[in-house]
Ligand binder design. Sequence first.
Ligand SMILES: Cc1ncc(Cn2c(C)c(CCOP(=O)(O)OP(=O)(O)O)sc2=O)c(N)n1
Ligand SMILES: [Mg+2]
Length: 568
Amino acid sequence: AAGAEERELTDGFHLIIDALKLNGVETIYGVPGIPITDFGRMAQAAGIRVISFRHEQNAGNAAAIAGYLTKKPGICLTVSAPGFLNGLTALANATTNCFPMILISGSSEREIVDLQQGDYEEMDQLAIAKPLCKAAFRVLHAADIGIAVARAIRAAVSGRPGGVYLDLPAKLFGQTMDAEKGAASLVKVIDAAPAMIPAPDAIKRALDVLKGAKRPLIIFGKGAAYAQADDDIRALVETSGIPFLQMSMAKGLLPDTHALSAGAARSTVLKDADVVMLIGARLNWLLSHGKGKTWGDAPKKFIQIDIEPKEMDSNVEIVAPVVGDIGSCVSALLQGMGSNWPKAPSDWVGVVSAKKDENIAKMAPRLMNNKSPMDFHGALGALRTIIKERPDAILVNEGANTLDLARGVIDMYQPRKRLDVGTWGVMGIGMGYAIAAAIETGKPVLAVEGDSAFGFSGMEVETICRYNLPVCIVIFNNNGIYRGTDVNPAGGDPATTVFVPGSRYDKMMEAFGGVGVNATNPDELSRAVNAAMDSGKPTLINAVIDPAAGTESGRIGNLNPQSVVKKK
Ligand SMILES: Cc1ncc(Cn2c(C)c(CCOP(=O)(O)OP(=O)(O)O)sc2=O)c(N)n1
Ligand SMILES: [Mg+2]
């Protein structure tokens, strides 16, 4: 009616942006397209950094590792159906690895999907996402956006972190509502990841078991790195004097060179320890499920610290389960230990350190070889020195030999600096992780990639150049998967595991204005990496590796089924 003042309106676009900003979201990783192109533009205009990728899987991996590094959910934004599906691998991988991320996908309208009337990119995305992630929500009304974003954030970071799917049908974005009511509907999440305090009797039980140990061992998993309780974790090791193992992404929680690090004596400590305290490490395939020849015949007692009660007894009996967040559990253990806790028996510590020194000495000469073409150890020896000199660089690593050998050769000195294929051993994390590591930390990134592994996300070298990120990619080019020498006995096509001989990946980086280098020996490799680290320019180094140097599936060839049937 005349004179009625114009009520100010807001809409879905603005409410989603306001809800994300209200909850501290600073970056979105995604790929534009219907129905979220304008949303991405408006988020960028509102001051959120929107990083556009060439494939949603890489954007999702970036969001996942951003969550791991910051403890705030990484945000991945995709179009409906195919874009959503491309993001799902990263969402499932994040959930498997306990990285907090939210996959936000545009979707088609419920009424058309449910009648299967053939909408643009029609798919029941919510139903498909549910089994693959920790939680999944759909929003139909603008007034629900605030609570939906709050639920998604809390689900992603509380308890055991993981992937959350948020489904936004296209019509939601344009829905308008009264601006005041809209603002009132937004929720700023309070204490999204509440501390989970362990029960005092659980702490006492654990310490009683630990006190009786003759050959104790602590194993840190990436959950311990995620906790960001670094000082207490270091204090736990140094107060108890107990040797420790760090799973791949936990490396650097304490320096791999620490006197009590048992990394180079892994098989000895797993076999001979009598009490094993797991901290944010699951007894899954990476630890041979806590049984079998890896663990020797001597009876073992397991203490386990984990935020997920259901994790206990998953593989073997846990005599002292400690349920809670790792920070709270470790500080409670320290309090219980007091100041005169007896150090681990010196004979055991002596055995471990002697075995470690012996293994390190055995490996040393292999790291010095300067032959060309390089073998893995010669190339890794050069990179090992560079990480030692540049401990705050972030190392991204994937491949088979390139992964398994780098894990043992390249020592890490600081927490959360080694980002790799994690629990699933998934190839393709490389460029997404490298981009997010550079964006979230501003630190130089060294991505050490098998040539096959790089291929899964290699198109993102353009993304790296577009944002001018300090990423140095080293491709271990052995011409193939595991090695480059397989031959097809039937003749004709190349073998299934080889690539174009003599390929030059460095030319790809030059195509987009970055620096490309071809390195045929460790000195050239070393010089090129140092130049990249000093310049901060996007760089790709094609490290020529002897095609015969690798072994099938690196260190996990035993997982491959083999045919026993002789061919007729
Ligand atoms: C998504 C995906 N696809 C395929 C694999 C199988 N796979 C593949 C394809 C690897 C690549 C090994 O070749 P590379 O060139 O990256 O490394 P090396 O030649 O140095 O061993 S390692 C591995 O487990 C996987 N783990 N993940
Ligand atoms: Mg290879």
